[in-house]
Design a protein around this ligand. Structure first.
Ligand code: NAD
Length: 491
């Protein structure tokens, strides 16, 4: 069956669809077939200038921040409705430019809809407080927007990540310049379309596509941005933080992970194996919170590994559009990188119980689902984010050792525990260094639950009510009533 997607996509600046200033275009590939899919206008520094200027004008006009918060919330509910209406189109785009299944692509659209309805509902519930100063004074706080929020998203879940950040920004009265990932930008262009259809005032949400080292770098070092939300790799996060430091710009950093699930001997082993398979093989492991390490009690090690390997072997590999379980990696370099990690794992003495190589007989960028045993904590495959369907299994003998191994990387995004013992689950959750802990189900949680890293996985939280606090700064208003003489010493 032929699936049509338009040949050329534009950027969205100041409420208009526009080409790049320099007329350049970026070619978008279908990773499942390694063929050209379409083109998108390439934004460069001069386009960034225009987008930031539009966002600045919109912010200074106060069109969002002066709007009654309930009306802002209603506008966001309208955007949400458009995502739902566009779900099939979005699903196809995510399938073709990102390698997801149609169901996975639809989930992106519905998650985006949910973010806008969730934060739309919060737009009129963000309150300041009154601070008692005694007779003759009134003092209160205002959760004030920062201004122009510069947002940069990665390619793995581009739409839902963009949606969670843009929704928070709009709910709190900020305006946005969003850069989509140059490798999978189509669903983010559809975010602009949803905003346009809902009647978001011109300039409040600007969406551009450009290369990271060019448009991305120009955005985060721009003189007229007030706030940065970055979701992506540790290396890029570091370089963005240098730019942010120059102008003392507040930043939310959602970076990588090397997340571990601990399986205690008393766990439901089928549940643990099944949840682990979901944790590592969903979207071919291209998930920041993937369960890329399995730390399993030695007494149940072989049984859990057998069950996991069985599930890996049962996965059908191929294009998501054909309903296969395991889709492609996003690009040839990404596939090469993941395969390189697997080869290095074998060379360092780990044993690929299943997988370990690329899928050579398919045209797209597919990697076999891979389970490594015999892994020691110091190995590269136990330390570095691979971002592919590769899991490192490490045995342990006592609880303390399990926690040490789990906490023994530079990252701390999420972690998990499999056990039937509630005390043990609580105690382990308390000891694990990560922003979110899953008990007995990897990826438990949702739009409502705060998400973000510790250590080199970043800081700040997205999702949940807590995320809104990253998009406002407290302004205090201290009022002296009447015309009495004098004042109190300030602080
Ligand atoms: P990446 O860092 O290569 O790119 C992310 C974005 O940054 C892209 O839009 C890219 O164009 C842009 N960029 C690149 N260089 C830049 C620069 N110098 N200045 C400004 N922008 C620049 O990451 P990726 O490969 O697209 O995504 C995968 C990474 O993202 C993984 O590490 C993954 O764990 C992480 N991630 C984190 C979360 C989270 O919520 N913590 C979610 C998804 C992905």
């Amino acid at each position: 069956m032929a699936h049509q997607i338009k040949d050329y996509w534009q950027n969205y600046i100041d409420g208009k669809w526009v080409d790049g200033d320099a007329g350049g275009r970026i070619e978008i590939e279908n990773p499942a077939t390694a063929t050209k899919l379409c083109e998108i206008a390439e934004a460069r520094a001069s386009d960034v200038d225009k987008a930031v200027a539009a966002a600045r004008r919109a912010f200074e006009s106060r069109v969002l921040s002066d709007m009654r918060p309930s009306a802002r919330g209603q506008l966001m509910q309208d955007i949400s409705r458009h995502f739902t209406e566009m779900a099939d189109e979005i699903a196809l785009a995510e399938c073709l430019d990102n390698g997801k299944s149609l169901a996975g692509g639809k989930n992106e659209a519905l998650a985006a809809a949910r973010y806008f309805s969730y934060y739309g509902g919060a737009a009129d519930k963000l309150e300041g407080k009154m601070i008692p100063l005694g007779a003759g004074y009134v003092d209160y706080t205002i959760p004030a927007p920062f201004g122009v929020s510069a947002q940069i998203v990665p390619w793995n879940f581009p739409l839902q990540i963009a949606a969670r950040s843009v929704a928070c920004a709009i709910a709190t009265g900020n305006t946005v310049v969003l850069k989509s990932p140059e490798i999978s930008p189509l669903s983010v262009a559809m975010l602009a379309e949803a905003c346009d259809r809902a009647g978001v005032p011109a300039g409040c949400v600007n969406v551009i596509c450009g290369y990271g080292q060019d448009a991305g770098a120009a955005m985060v070092s721009h003189n007229d941005i007030d706030h940065i939300v970055f979701t992506g790799s540790l290396a890029t996060g570091r370089s963005i933080l240098h730019a942010a430091a120059e102008r003392v710009i507040p930043s939310v950093m959602e970076l990588g992970g090397k997340s571990a699930g601990i399986v205690y001997a008393d766990a439901d082993l089928e549940q643990a194996a099944s949840s682990t398979a979901t944790g590592i093989f969903s979207h071919a492991g291209q998930v920041c919170s993937a369960q890329s390490r399995l730390i399993v009690h030695r007494s149940v090690h072989d049984e859990v590994v057998d069950r996991l390997a069985e599930k890996a072997k049962a996965l059908t590999i191929g294009p998501g559009i054909d309903g296969c379980d395991l889709g492609p990696l996003i690009s040839a370099p990404q596939r090469d990188k993941v395969e390189g990690f697997a080869l290095a794992g074998s060379q360092s003495g780990a044993n690929a119980v299943t997988g370990g190589r690329r899928v050579a007989d398919l045209p797209g960028h597919f990697m076999q689902p891979t389970v490594f045993t015999g892994v020691t904590p110091d190995m590269t495959i136990a330390q570095e984010e691979i971002f592919g369907p590769v899991i490192a299994v490490l045995p342990f003998d006592d609880d303390e050792e399990a926690i040490q191994i789990a906490n023994g990387t530079d990252f701390g995004l999420v972690a998990g525990v499999y056990t039937k013992d509630l005390d043990r689950a609580h105690q382990t959750a308390d000891r694990l260094t990560a922003g979110q802990i899953f008990v007995n189900e990897w990826f438990a949680g949702g739009v409502e639950t705060p998400f973000g890293g510790t250590k080199r996985s970043g800081y700040g939280r997205e999702k949940g009510q807590e995320a809104l606090l990253n998009y406002v700064q407290t302004k205090n208003v201290a009022i002296k009533l009447g015309s009495g003489a004098g004042g109190r010493p300030g602080g």
